[in-house]
Design a protein around this ligand. Structure first.
Ligand code: AQP
Length: 352
């Protein structure tokens, strides 16, 4: 069966969204909304795989929703909702817990990074996170998933799960009316944002992340002008006395490469043009990066300032945000429930 193109993606309400979330995923979400049926979720079930203060979680769910809308998602066009309100996510995740193999999950690098040395103390949910992510996507038979590069491995797992489910239950899937025996499509990762991997401002080898303890490592969508300027001013560079003269040299200097990449993505220009800007401003002093950092601050404030102002405005009316989420949940349920019912039939459950 040829599946209708449908987009699904989500972000965790584990803190304020940052530039990595915005450039790595959100920019692509907004683009895809113009051409596709899109479902954008605030993945609160994923958030609780690590401890979340319940009072802060509620606020974070509303703030991430506000950030989606402030960044340009249209909740009338796209479906915007929070994951916990559509039961199909958790139901399908359980089925997938029984389809996915332990060996597959053991290979997931994100679990290793997040669990760190204290693996025995990590929640079972954190380990099974990729199965829930597969369920998020496949509960809607979604075909395209715009994400940052860090999610590539999880997407591959979702494809493996879809394939194994289709193989395991082929006979029943055909009986359910899917002539080719395919109930779940192979979801395609869409990793094409302007900066698919934004790195920490403090360490060019680590990705920018909400859960990194140092706030100086990231630019949050909620940061004001002074905070953005301060973070960029203090962003780690290196001790070299000259700027890189070409893209190969730039690549070998991860912190500079990251800043040039961020500049290019925000200014809507190429990395080459960003590097040229760094070269042209390097004589301004006192450091070779002073002029470049000033330009980077300007473009960051210009781009993020209006988004921040709109998040603040939307957060002034939490009841309106809740209405948007309720409307989105109802529309999401209308798609996911019939698919979930087919899954239940195919697996052999008696529905009552
Ligand atoms: N640094 C990044 N560069 C590019 N894309 C990124 N994404 C996250 N960080 C970067 C993309 O943002 C989307 C939502 O991510 P998430 O909130 O589900 O969780 P995450 O990937 O684990 O992001 P964080 O910020 O690191 O959250 P915590 O710290 O809570 O785990 C995804 O598409 C992701 O690729």
């Amino acid at each position: 069966m040829a599946f209708k193109e449908r987009v699904f993606s989500g972000m965790q309400p584990t803190g304020s969204l940052h530039l990595g979330n915005y450039l790595g995923a959100m920019v692509q979400w907004i683009e895809m909304q113009k051409t596709h049926e899109c479902i954008y979720c605030v993945v609160d079930l994923h958030a609780i795989t690590v401890w979340q203060d319940p009072k802060e979680l509620k606020n974070a769910i509303r703030q991430v929703t506000a950030a989606y809308i402030a960044s340009g998602l249209d909740p009338k066009k796209s479906i915007v909702f929070n994951q916990s309100q559509v039961a199909a996510h958790a139901e399908l995740a359980w089925v997938f817990n029984c389809v996915a193999r332990l060996g597959w999950l053991n290979r997931m690098t994100q679990f290793k990074e997040k669990a760190g040395k204290d693996r025995e103390n990590a929640s079972v949910g954190l380990y099974a996170y990729p199965n829930l992510m597969a369920a998020d996507i496949l509960a809607y038979q979604a075909t395209h998933v715009p994400v940052g590069e860090d999610q590539k491995q999880h997407l591959e797992l979702a494809r493996d799960i879809a394939q194994k489910f289709n193989n395991d239950f082929r006979e029943q899937i055909v009986e359910a009316g899917y002539e080719d025996g395919i109930l779940f499509p192979q979801p395609e990762p869409v990793i094409t944002g302007p900066a698919t991997r934004v790195m920490s401002l403090r360490d060019g080898t680590k990705k920018m992340s909400k859960s990194e303890p140092s706030d100086m490592s990231r630019i949050n969508l909620m940061d004001d002008t002074d905070v953005i300027a301060d973070k960029i001013k203090r962003a780690k560079t290196d001790m070299e006395s000259a700027p890189p003269s070409n893209l190969d040299e730039l690549k070998a200097r991860p912190e500079i490469d990251n800043l040039v990449g961020i500049y290019a993505a925000l200014a809507g220009t190429s990395k080459e043009a960003g590097l040229q800007m760094l070269i042209d401003t390097s004589k301004e002093g006192p450091s070779i990066f002073t002029g470049f950092k000033k330009a980077l601050t300007e473009v960051a404030v210009e781009k993020l300032g209006p988004i921040r102002a709109e998040i603040v405005r939307l957060m002034g009316d939490p009841a309106e945000i809740d209405r948007i989420l309720a409307d989105g949940s109802a529309r999401a349920r209308a798609i996911a429930t019939p698919i979930m019912n087919q899954v239940k039939d195919v697996v052999g459950f008696v529905r009552s």
